[in-house]
Design a protein around this ligand. Structure first.
Ligand SMILES: [Zn+2]
Length: 473
């Protein structure tokens, strides 16, 4: 390399760089030059170090450098971890606990819980989250995202068919919307927040889904998303019981019904999809509809993912499958490294096939596939020149990483997100030496500890957690 070095803002040097680029290169001694929020160069350390200079260098020796993880579906305001009793099933979780709580949260509470969930994501290597549309007070949640420093895809809580749910829990009546109101709430949010925080916020139509939208809203939402060049995301086919209810009402399984409505497509994301027929797999593949799998939520709520889900078959057929934590009450963790492990493990076991989901597929699902599911693969999801500099650095000087015979297997099967010590979003260091720079973590934990939880839970839901099965002495 000849000539004067070019100027970057920051260099990451000496790292084991897992690029997830088109060739899936792993640079055993790699470096990344960062400037203007983007990756300016990535390559062998000696090459990048001689061609680029910068006022700041992060020495990534003994670190695995990964594209920032993408949590493709979470609920940022479900920070009341443990509110829902552990043995509650999906319908009770949704109708009696979760949805009434969403409807009742104040802006201050949404801000507090979003800070917790964003912070947990950042500390475990996730740089982009897709919110499930559960937010009422978007400005409070955007403020939390800004403070912690994440990238996020958001939307307004959207539904127009809450009649059945009102009968099941009158507390949901306060969130009733007709089709026009639902669509205009979603559109207003898109207009107001798209591109906020220097482009770190993208806005979609996030519907509650699961039968909560009329055919009209399904069609209108998809048409609106098509017109704006964005996408629609919704919970669908979460379990076989739900699929059967839809079949009873319509004579179609959930994905068949969406196909009939003409709303499948590359900008439609179905979250959960834990119960699919072979015909529904075909419809998903043909339409290039994206699937968001949330294994920790599925197994805690006993959704039967391993019994009736089709992730290996979807992957084999070329469908896009990405991974999600789904929230702190259905899954109780936001650690996408743990979720990669479960995604790689559960399908091997149930199919009795060690290649059912490979280690590299698990990593792709938590990085590049997440980006693709949000139509953001030109911006994030891999470490390539021109993409946003969203990076997670894992400290491999830890017992669970030793020895480094197979770093990718260590990442998926041995590590957790706890070994992340440095995170960049948009080229800016937001986690350094394990410390979040944007918020006071200890103060946040103290604020959560000071809450009278029984009083708050009663206020939101009218319910009381059952007593501990073991005596509190
Ligand atoms: Zn969800």
């Amino acid at each position: 390399m000849t000539g004067a070095p070019q100027q970057a803002e920051l260099l990451v040097t000496n790292g084991l760089v897992v690029t997830v680029d088109a060739e899936r290169r792993i640079l055993t001694d790699g470096a990344i030059a960062v400037g203007g929020g983007r990756i300016l160069a990535v390559g062998p350390n000696a090459e990048v170090a001689s061609a680029w200079q910068a006022p700041e260098t992060i020495d990534a020796r003994d670190h695995l450098v990964l594209p920032g993880l993408v949590d493709s579906h979470t609920h940022l305001t479900q920070g009341q971890r443990g509110m829902v009793p552990d043995e509650v099933g999906a319908m009770e979780f949704l109708m009696r606990w979760s949805l009434p709580m969403f409807v009742a949260l104040s802006p201050e509470e949404e801000h507090l819980f979003a800070r917790l969930i964003c912070a947990e994501h950042l500390k475990t290597g996730t740089t982009t989250v897709a919110e499930g549309g559960s937010v009422k007070h978007l400005d409070a949640v955007v403020a939390a995202i800004e403070e912690v420093g994440l990238r996020a895809n958001l939307g307004r809580l959207t539904w127009d068919n809450p009649m059945l749910w009102e009968q099941m829990n009158p507390r949901l009546a306060a969130a009733k919307m007709d089709t026009d109101e639902a669509l205009s709430a979603a559109a207003d949010a898109v207009d107001r927040w798209s591109g906020a925080l220097d482009g770190k916020i993208s806005m979609w139509v996030h519907m509650v889904g699961g039968g909560s939208a009329t055919p009209q809203l399904q069609r209108d939402a998809k048409a609106f998303a098509d017109q704006r060049g964005i996408g629609v995301s919704q919970h669908e086919a979460s379990d076989e019981g739900y699929a059967q209810r839809i079949f009873k009402m319509s004579g179609r399984r959930p994905v068949e019904l969406l196909a009939e409505l003409g709303v499948l497509g590359p900008n439609q994301r179905l979250v959960h999809a834990n119960s699919l027929s072979e015909d529904e797999v075909r419809l998903i593949v043909e339409s290039e509809t994206k699937i968001v799998s949330a294994p920790t939520g599925a197994w805690k709520l006993a959704l039967g993912m391993a019994a009736t889900g089709k992730v290996p078959e979807l992957l084999d057929a070329g469908a896009l499958v990405c991974l999600a934590s789904d929230s702190c009450n259905s899954s109780n963790t936001s650690d996408m490294v743990r979720i990669m492990q479960i995604a790689a493990g559960v399908w091997r076991d149930i199919r009795q096939d060690p290649s059912a989901v490979t280690v590299t597929e698990a990593i792709e699902m938590a990085t590049l596939n997440g980006a693709k599911s949000l139509l953001m693969e030109d911006e994030i999801g891999s470490i390539e020149v021109g993409k946003k500099a969203d990076l997670a650095l894992f400290d491999t000087r830890r017992l669970e990483w030793a020895p480094m015979i197979d770093p990718l297997a260590n990442l998926v099967f041995s590590a957790t997100g706890q070994s992340v010590d440095t995170v960049l979003v948009d080229g800016r260091v937001v986690l350094r030496d394990g410390e979040i720079l944007g918020i006071d973590e200890e103060a946040l934990i103290a604020e959560l500890a000071a809450i009278d939880w029984a009083e708050r839970i009663d206020h939101w839901t009218g319910l009381r957690r059952p007593p501990s099965p073991w005596p509190l002495v």
